[in-house]
Design a protein around this ligand. Structure first.
Ligand SMILES: [Zn+2]
Length: 175
């Protein structure tokens, strides 16, 4: 087929699907957990840990309302994995999360040797929305996961969850 016909269809230039339907379902669970956190007075972030064969082993959501600002779900997942999974199992596991890992959690993820990360919304999106609302930036630089943990496979954002997550963030962070 001549090249110009491929161009005309457009389809030939669609990038490979990095986020599958199964991934989207799991991100949906993370968004539910984020909503639960918000409803309980915490920040709207939720994350789950899934094995290579698709079983969810552990899930958590933000728990900072007690005064410990390090109680992020991705950090809890890293510590749980270090205590409960073998090194090979950690490497094959995937962490799904409603919002891209912060620098602390990306570092913990890499230090314990966890595998792929899939996130619904990026740190760049959150930074942009906080600025839009005139909210103060977080005390830790919002670096991409791949800057902190360059060996980690990362997929995201998932545009279908942007509006939902933006509204959860707005409820919590808009001054
Ligand atoms: Zn974090």
């Amino acid at each position: 087929m001549p090249c110009h016909r491929l161009i005309a269809t457009g389809a030939a230039y669609t990038p490979p699907v990095a986020i599958s339907d199964d991934d989207l379902t799991r991100l949906g669970r993370c968004v539910e957990l984020a909503r639960t956190a918000l409803d309980d007075g915490d920040e709207p972030f939720g994350s789950i840990l899934v094995t290579a064969d698709g079983r969810t082993l552990f899930e958590d959501r933000n728990r900072v309302s007690g005064g410990d600002a390090t109680r992020h779900p991705e950090f809890a997942i890293a510590r749980w994995a270090a205590e409960n999974l073998t090194t090979p199992d950690r490497a094959e596991a995937t962490v799904y999360t409603s919002g891209e890992h912060c620098a602390m959690c990306a570092a913990a993820h890499a230090w314990v040797g966890l595998g792929r990360i899939v996130y619904a919304t990026s740190s760049a999106q959150l930074t942009e929305w906080l600025a839009e609302w005139g909210a103060p930036p977080p005390p830790v630089a919002t670096l991409p996961i791949t800057t902190v943990a360059p060996g980690t496979v990362v997929d995201g954002p998932a545009p279908g969850y942007a509006d939902t997550m933006k509204s959860l963030y707005e409820a919590r962070f808009r001054p």
